[in-house]
Design a protein around this ligand. Structure first.
Ligand SMILES: *Cc1c(COP(=O)(O)O)cnc(C)c1O
Length: 373
């Protein structure tokens, strides 16, 4: 009898560390400091050390992390924030929430990440709208770090800053540098299905900039000053629960091992699917965190249906690029069009991917793909 195949197997991870997680939760219940308890500070220290940056400031979720980062950078009305159109909605939602204008950019057909050529056109286009291009938010899609060298060159020339949306890529690397240190400011999410996920909502902002970190620590607690009842700026209520921090400490302890396992799973897919279907290309010197393993197929919907009939779960990230979604249709976008985003939305399919996917199950997935294409 074939066992059920999971798209992301969170139970396998839980079984591995259940005892440690339960004791961590019990410790929080006993000390009772549910907001900003000692585990929050400990987790922030360990998170920053893992990423190789000076500061990690946790918050309520990955969307708030983006909003808080934009607030800390002083981005608001009249400013343009350049974002890829092929991403989760939060990347473009955050600039709107601070009163700025998202400008939607096309992506690269091989890496699925923001395309520097389209970025350049879109910056010029934003200026025509009398917007001030202030920031670029590259997304490390499916875990693959974006082309930070090309983006940094452009950002410097245009006097813009880079805010990396690493919600899917925490644990990934580029040219020996960990995600978190690839941009002046990086955000991530601990949504349960992300490579480093908690048991609820959570997020963090990473930076080497002391002044920015101090502003972020104030912003997440209503804009507090030195005295809690003297608020020095307009902020939010956006903190990571102590319980989630306690859980994340245990999960971060096995992240390195899980990253190695994901890498093995991804390499097997690469090898077994070579010449069968196209997959997201990983440029040399890049290590994806493999939030998703994504293939492309011109008859994607038929392939997904056939896999489903073989008991193989798949997912489509993302069926509609942002510039075609109702709420985002009227924002400026690359005047040359966003054809790659549109084509990818029609062709991508994400396969089961998690650190505990064993080779026999993977062989069943690959066999089903081979017989369906
Ligand atoms: C998940 C995700 C977010 C938002 O994270 P939440 O914690 O769900 O708010 C932002 N950007 C990208 C690319 C994501 O995948």
């Amino acid at each position: 009898m074939n066992e059920r195949i999971e798209f992301i197997d969170l139970n396998a991870q839980r079984n591995r560390i259940a005892g440690r997680i339960e004791s961590a939760i019990m410790r929080v219940l006993e000390h009772g400091q549910f907001i900003m308890g000692p585990e929050v500070k400990q987790f922030e220290k360990e998170l920053a050390a893992y990423a190789g940056v000076q500061h990690a400031v946790t918050c309520a979720n990955g969307t708030d992390a983006l909003v808080l980062a934009l607030m800390a950078l002083g981005i608001g009305p009249g400013d343009a924030v350049l974002v890829p159109s092929f991403t989760f909605v939060a990347t473009a939602e955050a600039p709107v929430l601070v009163g700025a204008t998202p400008v939607l950019v096309d992506v690269d057909p091989q890496t699925f990440n923001i395309d520097p050529g389209s970025l350049e056109r879109s910056i010029a286009f934003a200026r025509k709208f009398s917007l001030k291009p202030r920031a670029i938010i590259p997304v490390d899609l499916f875990g693959l770090p974006a082309d930070y060298a090309a983006i940094a060159a452009l950002a410097e020339r245009e006097g813009m800053t880079i805010l990396s949306d690493a919600a899917q890529s925490f644990g990934g690397m580029q040219h020996g540098k960990r995600v978190g240190g690839l941009a002046p400011i990086t955000t991530t999410s601990f949504f349960p299905a992300k490579p480093l996920g908690c048991y609820g909502d959570g997020g963090a902002i990473l930076t080497d900039d002391d002044a920015l970190a101090e502003i972020l620590r104030s912003l997440r607690v209503h804009g507090k000053g030195r005295d809690k009842y003297d608020n020095v700026r307009i902020g939010q209520n956006s903190r990571l629960d102590t319980l989630q921090a306690a859980i994340l400490i245990e999960k971060l302890a096995i992240l390195e091992d899980e990253m190695a396992r994901r890498q093995i799973v991804a390499e097997r897919y690469v090898r077994k699917l070579a010449g069968v279907v196209e997959t997201q290309a990983i440029p040399s010197g890049h290590q994806s965190a493999w939030a998703q393993y994504t293939i492309k197929h011109p008859d994607r919907d038929r392939l997904a249906k056939s896999l489903k009939e073989s008991g193989i779960p798949t997912a489509i990230y993302y069926p509609t690029p942002l510039h075609l979604q109702t709420a985002y249709r009227n924002f400026p976008a690359d005047p040359a069009g966003l054809r790659v985003c549109e084509k990818l939305s029609a062709e991508v399919l994400s396969l089961p991917m998690h650190p505990y996917l064993d080779e026999m199950v993977q062989d069943r997935i690959v066999a089903a793909i081979r017989s369906s294409v």
